[in-house]
Write a protein that binds this ligand. Structure first.
Ligand SMILES: [Zn+2]
Ligand SMILES: [Zn+2]
Length: 391
């Protein structure tokens, strides 16, 4: 029997017994229906035959204590209106991580508590109305999203930033129960704490969140005046967050356990920081490498030279460019780039840009004329024209 079957089939409804039915009541109901639909007394009636199968299947599950328990738990956790539509709102999505995280923390509360938790998690995540929780078992704190704008250098080298975080926490006055201090919520009598109600429309039974307790399974008679029964409060705090070296613009940095504090000893949520990095006037980034464009004169490129190249932090380094360096050639200055996770660093990629003098004094013009005469035999476009013709 799959979980899907568990969610789709209401075995209690099939047998016509309440969820609280005893083993005897289930057996009685089954016997009555089995007699009614047994194929032996309904030769050739396929509808009744199908009904008989359905009844047998329901009895198989509900008569077995262990399987009945599994079925009840599966429906409380996943089924009965939870996966469906939220009244008055759009659909919402499941976060199975949250679901299993919640149940894996041991200490099984009542069914209603778990459903309340589930709704709480879903609604908080969606940013909508928060649902109070009364549970005293550990709850993981919320994940928090934040963002920060860094200078280019801060992003490359890492920095510590102050962040003001607002998160939802348990109301201090009622310790998150939503009930006035000194009072406790009671189990909803309508849904018996399951938080789900089923409505019969002809042959179909629809499951939806219980209207009386809004799917929570619990009812607060005397709401906490501080949180107006929600059980939640906003908490604002300022934290120092370490942004590791080497983050890039648009990167999402995860800081484990820096989100909202957990409740009842549960772990804190995580903090996600969206980073924005301002551009630098001189340097660019290409992955772990920094980039820089370095102007060189025509003679430096032609004759070769030792030139000074700026680095992000510290004194310029000397770069030797060989004679005959063409415009646009990139040189690698090792270890002057962005820090990597393993502690090594990327490189600085220096691209030369050959400058042509735009003003010449008499002496320079004379020397360049002389240079032109000396190189008159070389036509740089000869090969180009040759190749253009031979295509
Ligand atoms: Zn209810
Ligand atoms: Zn409160």
């Amino acid at each position: 029997m799959s979980t899907k079957d568990y969610l789709e089939k209401d075995y209690y409804a099939v047998l016509g017994v309440p969820k609280t039915a005893t083993a005897d009541e289930i057996k009685k109901a089954y016997r009555k229906l089995a007699r009614q639909y047994h194929p032996d007394s309904n030769q050739g009636d396929t509808a009744k035959e199908a009904k008989f199968k359905e009844v047998s299947e329901a009895y198989d599950i509900l008569s077995d204590t262990k399987r009945r328990k599994e079925y009840d738990e599966a429906r409380t956790l996943f089924g009965s209106g939870v996966g469906g539509q939220r009244p008055g709102g759009g659909g919402f999505s499941f976060d199975f991580g949250d679901l299993f995280g919640g149940t894996a923390q041991g200490q099984h509360g009542g069914a209603g508590e778990r459903l309340g938790d589930l709704f709480g998690g879903l609604f908080n995540r969606g940013g909508g109305a928060s649902t109070p929780t009364t549970t005293t078992r550990p709850r993981r704190g919320q994940d928090i999203e934040s963002e920060v704008t860094l200078s280019f250098t801060e992003a490359v080298e890492g920095t510590t930033v102050s962040l003001r975080l607002t998160s939802s926490a348990a109301c201090a006055a009622c310790t998150g129960t939503g009930a006035r201090a000194g009072t406790t919520p009671r189990v909803c009598p309508t849904c018996e704490g399951t938080g789900a109600a089923s409505r019969n429309l002809g042959n179909f039974a629809f499951s939806e969140p219980c209207r009386d307790c809004k799917g929570r399974g619990l009812i607060v008679d005397d709401p906490c005046p501080v949180c107006e029964g929600s059980g939640r409060a906003k908490s604002t705090r300022t934290i120092q967050a370490r942004i590791p070296a080497g983050v890039a613009d648009g990167q999402r940095v995860k800081l484990k356990a820096k989100g909202a504090p957990g409740e009842n000893g549960g772990p804190a949520g995580d903090l996600y920081i969206q980073t924005h990095v301002k551009p630098h006037a001189v340097f660019g980034r290409s992955g772990d490498n920094l980039t820089v464009t370095v102007p060189v004169t025509f003679t430096e490129a032609a004759l070769g030279a030792e030139i000074k190249v700026p680095i992000l932090k510290g004194l310029p380094v000397t770069l030797r460019i060989p004679p005959g360096t063409p415009n646009g050639r990139t040189f690698r200055v090792r270890g002057r780039g962005v820090a990597r996770k393993d502690g090594t660093k990327g490189d600085l990629l220096a691209t030369v840009e050959v400058l042509v003098p735009n003003t010449l004094d008499d002496k320079s013009r004379e020397l360049l004329n002389e240079f032109q005469t000396a190189t008159a035999g070389e036509d740089p476009r000869a090969d180009l024209i040759q190749r253009a013709r031979s295509e």
